[in-house]
Design a protein around this ligand. Structure first.
Ligand code: PEP
Ligand code: MN
Length: 338
């Protein structure tokens, strides 16, 4: 980190900053300039917490050299990571993975039918929520453990690994038992205690971007999981909150190439939650693949009109089959072999 002093800063103020840096166990190296002094901070292992130093008298600004996400960054891990979920691989050089399934697990028939449609269409993982983070308490909250069992059963019936959301630490053991991959939803991206516990497992994690999270905050959330020893993370862009109301969220596709440059972790896109509109899912899926996404997660329901959650953004089995045909042609054009 570099601490830039104000041009009116006194020698006492510079000395005070040097002392403050040394109290943090770090080395301060003053760099006098013709107009102002800068102080180089050395000896740090990663990101330096500048919250106090920044406010001390005489400081104009602090400039960070290290990022708050060391282990998630390419600096630390230059080669791209490939994350394997029961044989399904996400990452550079791998064919992008399509994850599909309903928003919520509702019944055995619904899950078995959805799993069959996902498999038939060429999806490689099955999704479905058992613990649902609904905006209002009167909406369907999910089937809980019973739902986890139905998801596992449907996945096994079609030989598809399954992913489902964990909302609380107390649910972690059950979700690890029944699912191949844990999902951290947008609303929990900064639930740091949950991230730490997920990090202590070695279970693969799908980490969704918080609805108002910057890219730095998104990668810092991944850092929490990595720092506890779990390297099996796939990131997911699912749209961010903006002033626009026509879509449910605003799909930030620029995050895909940016994250691919900043981090070694794979990143996929969820065009269902990003747009909230069924008609936008096909074209945004294609755009995501062109942008370099390592996969797509989309909502597919055997009967979207009857879905207990997110029907308006869910594709029917027939819609999904049609879209998969188009995505396969696009992937061929992008150089992936069938
Ligand atoms: C979901 O994938 O079911 C979900 C609730 O998504 P998000 O956390 O992105 O809103
Ligand atoms: Mn949903």
């Amino acid at each position: 980190m570099l601490i830039v002093m104000d041009h009116r800063a006194t020698k006492e103020q510079v000395d005070q900053i040097i002392a403050a840096v040394e109290r943090m166990g770090l080395t301060a190296e003053p760099i006098p300039g013709s107009l102002r002094t800068a102080i180089g901070v050395l000896g740090n292992q990663g990101y330096v917490d500048d919250s106090t130093i920044r406010t001390l008298p005489g400081v104009r600004e602090t400039i960070h050299v290290s990022k708050p996400y060391k282990m998630a960054s390419r600096d630390f891990h230059p080669t791209a990571s490939v994350i394997d979920i029961a044989g399904v691989k996400f990452g550079d050089g791998e064919r992008p993975v399509i994850i599909a399934g309903p928003c919520s697990i509702e019944t055995e028939e619904q899950m078995l039918a959805a799993a069959e449609q996902v498999k038939q269409g060429g999806g490689r993982m099955l999704r479905g929520g058992a613990f649902k983070p609904r905006t209002g308490p009167h909406s369907f909250q999910g089937l809980g453990i019973q739902g986890l069992k139905l998801l596992q059963q449907a996945g096994q019936a079609q030989n598809l690994p399954v992913v489902t959301e964990v909302m609380r630490i107390e649910q972690l053991d059950d979700v690890c038992k029944y699912a191949d991959m844990l999902q951290i939803g947008a609303r929990n991206m900064q639930n740091f205690d949950l991230l730490k516990e997920v990090g202590k497992t070695r279970h693969p994690v799908l980490l969704k971007r918080g609805m108002s999270a910057t890219i730095e905050e998104f990668l810092a959330a991944a850092e929490y999981i990595l720092a506890e020893g779990n390297p099996n993370i796939v990131l997911c862009e699912r749209g961010i909150r903006t002033f626009e109301k026509t879509t449910r969220n605003t799909l930030d596709l620029s995050v895909v190439p940016l994250v691919r440059e900043l981090s070694h972790l794979p990143i996929i896109v969820d065009p269902s939650h990003a747009t909230g509109k069924r008609m936008l899912v096909p074209i945004m899926s294609k755009a995501a693949l062109v942008a370099g996404a390592h996969g797509i997660m989309m909502e597919v329901h055997p009967n979207p009109a009857l879905a207990l959650c997110d029907g308006a953004q869910s594709l029917s089995g027939a819609d999904f089959a049609e879209l998969m045909g188009e995505l396969n042609r696009l992937l061929e054009f992008l150089g992936y072999q069938g």
